[in-house]
Design a protein around this ligand. Structure first.
Ligand code: GRF
Length: 203
């Protein structure tokens, strides 16, 4: 399967996905990593792995629609089977989201539906939560609101800070995101009528 990853920053999840493809844990290849920020470290990771590293700088576009138009053209040029959002910090327009219905995944650092949006770790601490985590979901027009595929939990200790919690969650993300993408690429996982379907015969 052909995978395109969208990023904005560090790209540690993208790295985990690249490595899972290299080790054949994912039956697929990362064809391109596309960033909306030219300085994203994820682009260096792509180059090192000999993967196309592309910047589409949102600042060069005067509207969300024109940025998304350029982004969609670039993505489609790779004919991907799956589009993976991995720390991509732009809200996408409904037109683009619908174009990739059932093919676009996102990882969000909270136990959704808790804490959509930003600053999830601090919000969980401030709320006195004892557990936290990350969720992987199909992307729909509702921000961080699409059908949930998988979640991973970590416990919050009294001395956790936003930074320490972020580290704990990130470690889990590097396992669970490649795993879910492997399921998708092997045909085990799909979206049907807005429901997540697991086909265990494809395991
Ligand atoms: C992760 O915490 C992910 O949950 C969120 O953005 C972060 C991306 O980190 N969507 P990285 O760029 O993959 O290192």
């Amino acid at each position: 399967k052909r995978i395109v990853i969208l990023v904005s920053g560090n790209g540690s999840n993208a790295q985990a996905i690249i490595e899972a493809c290299q080790s054949n844990d994912i039956r697929g290849e990362v064809c391109a990593i596309i960033s909306n920020r030219p300085t994203a470290f994820a682009l260096q990771r792509a180059k090192k792995a000999d993967i196309d590293a592309i910047t589409i700088d949102h600042k060069a576009y005067d509207s969300r629609e024109s940025f998304d138009h350029a982004l969609q053209n670039k993505i489609d040029a790779y004919c991907p089977d799956i589009i993976v959002l991995a720390g991509f910090m732009r809200i996408l327009t409904p037109g683009l989201v619908k174009h990739y219905h059932g093919k676009m995944l996102n990882i969000h650092p909270s136990l959704l539906p808790l804490y959509p949006g930003l600053n999830t770790h601090q919000r969980a601490i401030d709320n006195g939560d004892i557990k936290h985590g990350a969720s992987i979901h199909f992307v729909t027009c509702e921000l961080d609101g699409g059908p949930i595929i998988a979640q991973t939990e970590v416990s919050i200790s009294p001395d956790d800070t936003s930074e320490s919690l972020a580290k704990k969650v990130a470690q889990r993300e590097w396992d669970i995101y490649p795993l879910v993408i492997a399921w998708y690429c092997s045909g085990r996982l799909r979206l049907e009528d807005d429901s997540v379907i697991f086909d265990d015969e494809k395991l």
